[in-house]
Design a protein around this ligand. Structure first.
Ligand code: C2E
Ligand code: MG
Ligand code: MG
Ligand code: MG
Length: 295
């Protein structure tokens, strides 16, 4: 990873009032992450996923956020590489997926009128391939009493191609446990959708860089239109990521995407704000509960 990311960690991990030029040793950063995990400081925030047909709240993507007391909130780009290097990616992921499961169950029990929402959490292929992943996820959903069919798992397109046979087998096992599967960041790799037919994905997410390029580029639009058509023929629904403007929202709707996610609607919301969005989303048209912001 680049210097920018390491600098981000250094800045955020340092105690308040530390002067410029001070550096944090790798050992200190690792100790901080270990302590943060123990204190359950890493939780999910929730980015709304909006149905383009009617613009209602369909669900949320759960995104890892590290709440550092007195030091602010860190995003995944600033600490997942550290977790990965320390072999703690699975522990971080378990905490995020666990907090997402408990929040989802709470939203359902708070609003017994059965909000038709879901939560979609991320896992790296490294986690998927690690021993006990499928069982741990199933046990988490069971103990949180997550309503069946309301939890999704996002896996990145490029990563599954590292070992497609093994990925396919594990993804089938996840799906058999009642979790829906989302192919994340589609369009960043080189897979053709026909190669993806062997994986039991329910949803594809078109990557934000691809969505952006559609605005300027007619060939990107043509590719997207055919991807959408193929995905639909394979029985999948389509989410557009990184929708930042009304113009982009109109375009992805025109392309035939079913759902959208992006700063045009809302960034990742803390659990309380997301709970509010669930209640608002139930009472009609989705309105971002806060001014659009990047988080
Ligand atoms: P992702 O799964 O593709 O998640 C979407 C990322 O795009 C999020 O960044 C989100 O905040 C950001 N985003 C949403 N809307 C917009 C937009 O309109 N414009 C732009 N420019 N960006 C937007 P975030 O939260 O920083 O997460 C980055 C990546 O970290 C995620 O990409 C995902 O791959 C990974 N990640 C997050 N949480 C977890 C986790 O619990 N486990 C694992 N393994 N990976 C995670
Ligand atoms: Mg994702
Ligand atoms: Mg993505
Ligand atoms: Mg991504």
């Amino acid at each position: 990873l680049g210097q920018r990311k390491r600098d981000g960690v250094t800045a955020l991990l340092l105690p308040a009032g530390t002067g410029p030029g001070t550096t944090l040793s790798t050992l200190d950063a690792e100790a901080a992450l270990t302590a943060g995990l123990e204190a359950h400081e890493i939780i999910a925030h929730y980015q709304p996923i909006i149905a383009l047909d009617g613009e209602y709240l369909a669900g949320f993507e759960a995104l890892a956020r590290w709440h550092r007391p007195g030091l602010g909130v860190m995003g995944p780009d600033d600490f997942l590489f550290l977790a990965d290097r320390m072999g703690l990616m699975g522990q971080v992921g378990d905490q995020v997926r666990g907090s997402a499961a408990h929040n989802l169950a709470r939203w359902f029990s708070d609003a017994p009128a059965a909000p038709d929402i879901y939560v979609s959490a991320n896992a790296s292929v490294g986690e998927l391939f690690s021993a006990g992943f499928v069982e741990t996820l199933a046990a988490t959903l069971e103990s949180a009493r997550v309503p069946r069919g309301r939890y999704r798992l996002e896996i990145t397109e490029t990563e599954i191609m590292r070992d497609p046979d093994r990925a396919a087998e594990l993804l089938h096992a996840v799906k058999a446990s009642g979790v829906k599967l989302v192919l994340d960041d589609f369009g960043t790799g080189y897979s053709s959708l026909s190669r993806l037919d062997r994986f039991p994905f329910d949803v594809i997410k078109i990557d934000q860089y691809f969505v952006r390029s559609m605005l300027a580029d007619a060939s990107a639009r043509a590719i997207t239109a055919s991807v959408v058509k193929l995905a639909r023929n394979l029985g999948m629904t389509i989410i557009a990521e990184g929708v930042e403007t009304a113009e982009m929202a109109d375009l992805v709707a025109e392309m035939g995407c079913d759902f959208a996610q992006g700063f045009h609607y809302a960034g990742a919301l803390d659990p309380q704000a997301a709970g509010l969005a669930v209640r608002q989303g139930l009472s009609g048209r989705f309105a971002p509960p806060r001014p659009v912001r990047r988080s």
